[in-house]
Ligand binder design. Structure first.
Ligand SMILES: [Zn+2]
Length: 381
């Protein structure tokens, strides 16, 4: 049988019109309580007032006694966004003003250049709004003049290596598991892939991100480096695991000699995904349940009255809980472990691009109109 969709709030309001026993003023008061409680958490007295209103309107049975959720997903970990928020990334400011994220401890590897960029400083104004300071967009996006992006890339190279002329090699990224050997200072224009590796000094390998996860790897013994771009599709295709395999083949790298850093990206606090992502991961990884979380909104009114906030969006895309969140930091850390790296040699630098839109470009937080960070690694020339 097909039942019409009825908004409980509207139903309650309609019922209230027919009930003379409660004054218009008190109904107004209750309605305004819903509004203010929705923006202020844990207001038990206001919830009690809403309970009373619903009882009065004959809707008591519509109230959930426990949090909304799909019980078949109970094996995934229940969290709130606050539980999952990573520590903020620690930035440094170069002499030319560029603010970037170094990997703690990697300054001791004297032959290594590396850095995760932020959006701060630079000459782009495409994403700042009117009157904003210049930003460090490092991707050749449609909104930004090429000469500004080229200048920004020089600024990043200068911040990381001391020379604005250090060449940066990048790929046309396609969310694949393709890893390209960069055996010269430039590669074929338009070359596609999501991983770069080299043992050639004087070249920076770069992967672009604006929510996806950048992973940098260095072989301390063989002096070789690699950079990987891991969104959810690339992670499912094991870009990092297969990339380490390519390093072993190409350079004779041993996993115990490798150090790796997982850079800023869309954190598990914010990265809501649909069921199709869950099924892709479940089909590929035995540990899939450990990298997904059921995330509940911390707003108590939304928790108790989910029907008031009902939407017809697909699972994982609704603003109220529970939604399914993917931890791509952990998923890629697991791939590094599976490739044989020691846990102590893997550094997750922290920082969520969605939570910190003032520091990072975020495709999701900017609704698709964002600049790009460039995450680089190289061997000192
Ligand atoms: Zn976040």
């Amino acid at each position: 049988m097909c039942l019409p969709l009825i908004c409980p709030a509207q139903f309650a309001a309609d019922r209230m019109k027919k009930m003379p026993s409660r004054s218009t003023a008190s109904r107004r008061s209750a309605a305004s309580s819903v509004k203010s409680a929705a923006s202020a958490p844990a207001l038990d007295s206001q919830i009690a007032e809403i309970d009373a209103l619903f009882t009065h309107a004959g809707l008591r049975r519509s109230r959930r006694e426990k949090a909304a959720g799909v019980r078949s997903r109970a094996r995934y970990q229940d969290k709130t966004p606050e539980d999952l928020r990573p520590a903020p990334a620690q930035t440094v400011r170069a002499a030319n003003g560029v603010e970037w994220v170094p990997v703690p401890g990697w300054e001791k590897i004297s032959w290594l250049w590396h850095g995760f960029s932020t959006r701060r400083s630079g000459v782009s104004t495409a994403y700042t709004g009117s009157g904003g300071a210049g930003e460090l967009n490092l991707g050749f996006t449609a909104d930004n003049a090429w000469e500004n992006v080229l200048r920004n890339r020089e600024l990043l190279a200068e911040a990381v290596t001391g020379s604005a002329r250090a060449p940066i090699v990048t790929l046309k990224q396609i969310h694949s598991s393709v890893v390209v050997l960069a055996d010269s200072a430039s590669i074929t224009p338009g070359c596609k892939g999501d991983g770069l590796m080299t043992d050639r000094p004087g070249v920076l390998l770069g992967v672009q991100t604006a929510d996806c996860i950048p992973v940098l790897v260095a072989d301390r013994r063989r002096k070789a480096v690699a950079a990987f771009h891991a969104g959810w599709r690339g992670t499912v295709k094991r870009i990092v695991e297969s990339g380490i395999g390519r390093m072993r083949l190409e350079f004779g790298s041993r996993p115990e000699d490798l150090v790796a850093a997982i850079g800023p990206g869309n954190g598990p606090c914010c990265y809501a995904v649909g069921e199709e992502v869950l099924s892709e991961f479940t089909s590929q990884f035995a540990y899939a349940p450990e990298v997904f979380h059921e995330v509940y909104d911390s707003d108590s009114v939304k928790q108790k009255y989910p029907m008031l906030f009902l939407t017809q969006r697909a699972p994982g895309h609704s603003p109220i809980g529970p939604s399914l969140h993917l931890d791509l930091f952990e998923a890629n850390r697991r791939q590094l472990l599976d490739a044989g790296l020691k846990a102590g040699n893997i550094n997750v630098v922290g920082g969520c691009t969605s939570c910190q839109p003032e520091l990072f470009f975020s495709h999701r937080a900017s609704h698709g109109r964002a600049g790009r960070m460039l995450n680089v690694i190289g061997i000192r020339g």
